[in-house]
Design a protein around this ligand. Structure first.
Ligand SMILES: Cc1ncc(COP(=O)(O)O)c(C=O)c1O
Length: 485
């Protein structure tokens, strides 16, 4: 057993700065005055804002303590399935903060932005090479916006061929944003069930696919962390019926350098730069969901596009069939710079190794925990694995109790109750950046929690008990939220 049970959970309380202030405290000292006092004309001054008087140490401790109330990828293991909360090398943040990049205004003339335009152009090329697709738009600013872009492309493609299908197939193991993006584009999402192996069968797609169906949206690896082994057969079938295949490539960190998406016949794919290529997911911060397409969808890509013309890099909007603009200016450039830096510093060999480690780590966690937690699909997984609370339910311990107790052991909870196809899902994505030591600590903690479920279930019902905030009344919080004060 590792030292995980020794976690103290020590978190210091902290009042507001206004409550801490004491008249006369100072965070600075001025040299002794060597000139006569000359009072200001009081009719021209005001009392100024009501700021508290504070010393330097008051302020430093205040913000340092507040920072310890948060948990991030720099704090510890963050196994939030589907979100790929991996540690990212700081060099990539540093590159994005270089003054030439961070100070660049989007309205700068193109001839003064050649470096940034070149970076965007080369990033497009690198993503095309990584995915095996023909052309890329960096414009969408999230995975879900990439999906919406993909749907708009599919719609425009069908329209250009005189077709106006009304439906699109979405497997029950697709990411939850998929049906929403399809609906936003005017398509009716038709659910397709996965089989007893947790993947799609050609037969179930064949049953649902008809002439009024625009195509299918496939998340691969899917939200169970399983590889869609029948992909080729499904792609061929959908194409044969005039449909287009959309790939949700947000889980690309499982297959970098291993799967050539282009070869599988997918027509359009989005990536989540903020999962796979160096920016952490979450917090509502800026993201980037580039869309990669095969040649036949290229004319419809959003404008402006970044092109190279006679050795110069330019924005071009000269694409009459384009679906138009998806984002102010050109997308979230800071995330693109991090991704560019990540890809260049890793190189092809290490990108592949990162995916191999992501898969290895998930399978290690799966194998070591499957005797303790129920594993609904007991087969090799990709970058994440999904357990349930079935073994703990006789002690009336639920998935949410397990997840909340994990905070007492110093870990961010995993994703819970998702994917929806699994009752009481506990979805763990360890990511490639966790060492075996850290994985062992996480496994020890989950095993200790399972023992507590048997011996002291009440403890779990109260968890978390060492966190800054104890268990919230979630029903009241949802029904009567207090949003201020
Ligand atoms: C498989 C998959 N698709 C789509 C998304 C949506 O991405 P975003 O949150 O950037 O909109 C995610 C997010 O985690 C995802 O895991």
């Amino acid at each position: 057993m590792s030292d995980v049970l020794g976690t103290t959970g020590l978190i210091l309380n902290e009042p507001l700065l206004w409550e801490k202030g004491k008249p006369g405290r100072r965070g600075f000292s001025l040299p002794v005055r060597d000139v006569e006092v000359s009072p200001l004309d009081e009719s021209l001054t005001s009392p100024g804002p009501d700021f508290p008087d504070l010393s330097e140490v008051d302020v430093v401790r205040h913000y340092t303590r507040l920072s310890t109330w948060n948990f991030g990828v720099d704090t510890g293991t963050y196994p939030l399935g589907s979100c790929t909360m991996k540690y990212n090398p700081k060099i990539n943040d540093k590159q994005a903060a270089l003054p030439g990049f961070s100070g660049a205004h989007p309205l700068l003339p193109q001839k003064l932005s050649q470096g940034l335009l070149r970076l965007m152009f080369e990033l497009q090329r690198m993503l095309a090479e990584i995915t095996g697709m023909d052309a890329v738009s960096l414009q969408p600013s999230a995975g879900a916006q990439g999906e919406l872009t993909g749907m708009l492309l599919i719609c425009a493609y069908h329209k250009s061929r005189g077709r106006k299908p009304s439906k699109i197939l979405v497997p029950d193991t697709a990411h939850g944003t998929n049906p929403a993006s399809a609906a936003l584009c005017g398509y009716r999402p038709i659910p397709v069930s996965s089989n007893d192996k947790g993947i799609l069968s050609v037969e179930s797609v064949a049953e649902a696919m008809d002439e009024d169906t625009a195509g299918i949206m496939i998340t691969n690896p899917n939200t169970l962390g399983l590889f869609e082994e029948n992909l080729k057969g499904i792609v061929d079938l959908v194409h044969a019926k005039g449909g287009v295949v959309y790939g949700d490539g947000a889980n690309m960190n499982a297959v970098l350098g291993i799967m050539d998406v282009g070869c599988t016949g997918l027509d359009v794919l989005h990536l989540n730069l903020h999962k796979t290529f160096s920016t952490p997911h979450g917090g509502g911060g800026p993201g980037s969901g580039p869309v990669c397409v095969k040649k036949h969808l290229e004319p419809f890509l959003p404008v402006p596009r970044v092109l190279e013309e006679e050795g110069k890099y330019v924005f071009s909007s000269d694409f009459p069939q384009s679906v138009g603009k998806l984002h102010a200016f050109y997308g979230n450039v800071g995330i693109m710079i991090r991704a560019y830096s990540y890809i260049r510093t890793m190189g092809a060999v290490n990108l592949k190794k990162a995916s191999q480690l992501a898969v290895l780590n998930a399978n290690y966690v799966k194998e070591r925990l499957k005797a303790t937690y129920h594993l609904p699909y007991d087969r090799p997984c990709m970058h994440e694995c999904v357990f349930t609370d079935k073994n703990q339910s006789s002690a009336k311990v639920m998935t949410s109790d397990i997840a909340k107790r994990l905070m007492d052991y110093g870990f961010h909870p995993p994703t819970i109750y998702f994917p929806l196809v699994v009752n009481g899902a506990i979805m763990i994505e360890p990511t490639e950046t966790e060492s075996k030591d850290d994985l062992d600590r996480l496994i020890d903690a989950l095993q200790a929690i399972a023992e507590e479920a048997n011996n002291n279930p009440d403890l779990l019902h109260q968890a978390p008990i060492k966190c800054k905030r104890r268990r919230l009344d979630e029903v009241t919080a949802a029904r009567k939220p207090i949003l201020a004060g």
